[in-house]
Design a protein around this ligand. Structure first.
Ligand code: COA
Length: 160
């Protein structure tokens, strides 16, 4: 049986840390569906269509990886995709608390859906979508944090 996982996030924008998690998830699962979902705690910066565009560019040539957007609960999307697991990256202890709560809620809603945590690589400890946005907004170098081919789109968004 094909084993499918969903890798959800805001991806506002996608970073090299996200791409590393996608690659590693693909080693564990037959198919990875990267899903742009809405995090009610965050006000979006990039339109969803542009986030998808950058994700598609970042995942180009990755066999068994697809990209989608979904407006609703993660468990509903996972059910729709026939996924057996949700993958999330954890950078530091602080991430774990919030992620554990989310995993517990999702487990209540859909007990058969496992959450798999992958530790972020140490070299990605300082990488985040919010850091990319902040550096881009103030003219700092953010290119090392985003996948090749995405820097131009990010720069354009913040061009005066
Ligand atoms: N390396 C470096 N940074 C990483 C990383 C890695 N491997 N993996 C994640 N990050 C960073 C991101 O850059 C981002 O940083 P920022 O917050 O400073 O911008 C942060 O970790 C997490 O962002 P991201 O992974 O893009 O998504 P998210 O945490 O905003 O996603 C959802 C949350 C969308 C999955 C969640 O809100 C959701 O499931 N929404 C749907 C509604 C739902 O089902 N809710 C039920 C649960 S209550």
């Amino acid at each position: 049986m094909e084993r499918v996982c969903v890798y959800p996030g805001s991806f506002d924008p996608v970073t090299v840390g996200h791409v590393d998690i996608i690659r590693r998830a693909r080693h564990l699962f037959d198919r990875v569906v990267v899903a742009v979902l809405h995090n009610p705690a965050k006000t979006g910066c990039f339109p969803v269509a542009q986030r998808l565009d950058m994700l598609k560019c970042a995942c180009q040539g990755m066999d068994g990886v697809s990209v989608a957007a979904f407006d609703g609960l993660l468990v509903d999307f996972a059910h729709q995709e026939g996924a057996c697991a949700v993958v999330r990256g954890i950078r530091a202890a602080g991430d774990y608390e919030a992620e554990k709560t989310m995993a517990d809620i999702n487990a209540r809603l859909m007990p058969e859906l496992e959450t798999v945590f992958l530790p972020a690589r140490p070299e990605h400890a300082c990488v985040s979508s919010s850091a990319v946005r902040e550096l881009a907004a103030f003219g700092g170098d953010f290119a090392f944090m985003v996948p090749e081919g995405c820097a131009e789109q990010v720069a354009r968004r913040f061009a005066k």
